[in-house]
Design a protein. Structure first.
Length: 500
């Protein structure tokens, strides 16, 4: 029999702190990274990804599990795909195999999330669902699986598969911004750290507890509209008490800061705007999330309006057809009356013919005057806010000038309601400095920036050496001068007897 291997072989020395035990969880960044691209609705059918290390028999077993059909899109995920997706997020150099695979199916707006895992030993369905909700996917079905007969498949390649699936076929109901992606990435990484710390004996149990705490805290923030730090701190404390755990002080402070920033960011939670309900099965391999958010109500209102417009157009068309039929009947009656006129009454026949022509003209004009269905224009889509990232080069006249990574500069207005964070602290516009790196949210409707998250520019080694260079010449002169001053000859103090 072939040797049973896990989906990710390990080096003897893993990354520090979280190490291999949390590498799988940091790979959840792929779930949110995949949302960086927009797109139209996905094609019909599922998008399936298969890890390249699976042999033909394992591949067929996974396709059967996913219920693959002829119109499904099938993509192979390689080890290099996983490493590339995680580049700059976590060191995945020790990955040598790719077994875990996925099937992603788009769902209608309001249907919610359904995540199932099979033969995945560590990444829980709740973690996948949390990533999808925070990043902007509220309506999809995701199945994550490893082939039968293997153990220790954690699910990292599957995350690269989700990334690839969304890149190839994004769902129409999904919407995200770079600010949401950043928040989701921070949330996932921090949840991983908390879960590993809580799960000293059983990592999967610890990760599930951490996921429950973060998801329930986030739901309360969304449904109650919380934004004050003291209120959010109380919610976290309540969730700790409910779970019977205490998060380490350093990690708890980070969680509080993250939740406050999430609460103060302008996010449309779509399907989950009014909260959500979570159901799990007994062995923690499936989770369903349902919501009654504003997106569902908006969709229902739009559908009702369109149906009403269609009914009005149909009624108007039927009225026009009825008028036309009446005109045709009148013309037929006139023609029959003309045929019954006697041949001897030529003048009367001529008059009747003229009357018939007049009647035809009048009826034609009447039919033409019947109202026709007026098309109801579709509402103009409200432009979505988008993220701006770069370095502050000027702050003047109530505006920020930001230079992006490509060196291009753009000037953005701010408004009275704009919020500012610098190093995680609430500040004002005047507290920002030129050179700060910022992530800002621009609202096209207001034509202004609505939120700014700034970080002070780091001082490099060369800059510090330049400051030292200002004092080095002074030091070189002062040292010898001080030495000479100490060695100068001092005339002895002599006491002489004065003459009487």
């Amino acid at each position: 029999m072939p040797t049973t291997r896990p989906s990710c072989s390990r080096r003897s020395q893993g990354p520090r702190r979280l190490g291999r035990s949390a590498g799988w969880l940091l790979a959840l960044a792929l779930v949110v990274a995949l949302l960086g691209r927009g797109g139209s609705a996905a094609e019909s059918g599922k998008t399936i990804t298969i890890g390249e290390t699976n042999n033909p028999a394992q591949r067929e077993q996974l396709l059967a599990l996913f219920g693959a059909e002829d119109d499904d899109r099938i993509i192979e995920i390689t080890v290099e795909d996983t490493k590339e997706a995680m580049d700059g997020i976590f060191d995945m150099s020790y990955i040598t195999t790719a077994y875990s695979s996925t099937a992603l199916t788009c769902r209608d707006l309001g249907d919610g999330l359904d995540v199932t895992t099979s033969n995945i030993t560590l990444v829980t369905p709740g973690l996948y669902a949390m990533a999808l909700v925070t990043a902007g996917i509220g309506d999809a079905e995701l199945v994550v699986a490893g082939p039968n007969g293997l153990t220790g498949i954690e699910g990292m390649t599957a995350l690269a598969g989700v990334f690839k699936s969304w890149e190839e076929s994004p769902c129409a109901s999904g919407a995200t911004t770079s600010a949401r992606l950043r928040l989701a990435l921070e949330e996932l990484t921090l949840t991983a750290q908390i879960g590993v710390a809580l799960g000293a004996v059983d990592r999967q149990v610890g990760v599930q507890i951490a996921t429950d705490i973060v998801l329930e805290t986030q739901k309360t923030i969304v449904t109650d509209g919380l934004s004050q730090e003291s209120d959010i701190d109380a919610v976290i404390a309540a969730q700790e008490q409910r779970a019977g755990v205490a998060i380490a002080p350093e990690l708890r402070a980070q969680l509080l800061d993250l939740m406050v920033r999430l609460a103060r960011t302008n996010i449309d939670w779509g399907t989950f705007a009014a909260g959500w309900t979570i159901d799990t099965n007994g062995d923690n391999t499936r989770i369903t999330m349902r919501g009654d958010g504003i997106a569902i109500r908006n969709a229902q209102a739009t559908a009702t309006a369109r149906a009403g417009a269609a009914l009005t157009a149909t009624a108007e068309a039927e009225a026009a057809l009825t008028a036309t039929a009446g005109a045709e009947a009148a013309l037929t009656a006139t023609a029959e009356a003309d045929l019954s006129a006697t041949a001897g009454a030529a003048l009367t026949a001529t008059a009747d013919a003229q009357a018939t022509q007049d009647a035809i003209a009048a009826l034609t004009a009447t039919a033409a005057a019947q109202p026709t269905a007026t098309p109801i224009p579709a509402p103009t889509a409200t432009p979505e806010p988008f993220a701006v990232a770069g370095k502050v080069v000027e702050i003047a006249d109530g505006a920020l000038t930001i230079e992006d990574a490509g060196g291009s500069e753009a000037r953005y207005a701010v408004v009275e309601s704009t919020t500012y964070l610098r190093e995680g602290e609430q500040v004002e516009l005047i507290d920002l400095d030129e050179g700060d790196s910022v992530d800002a949210m621009f609202d096209p409707t207001l034509n202004a920036v609505t939120s700014v998250n700034a970080h002070a520019a780091s001082v490099g080694l060369l800059a510090r050496m330049a400051w030292m260079g200002l004092f080095l010449p002074v030091a070189l002169i002062a040292a010898p001068a001080f030495w000479l001053w100490r060695r100068r000859e001092v005339e002895p103090f002599i006491v002489r007897e004065a003459a009487a």
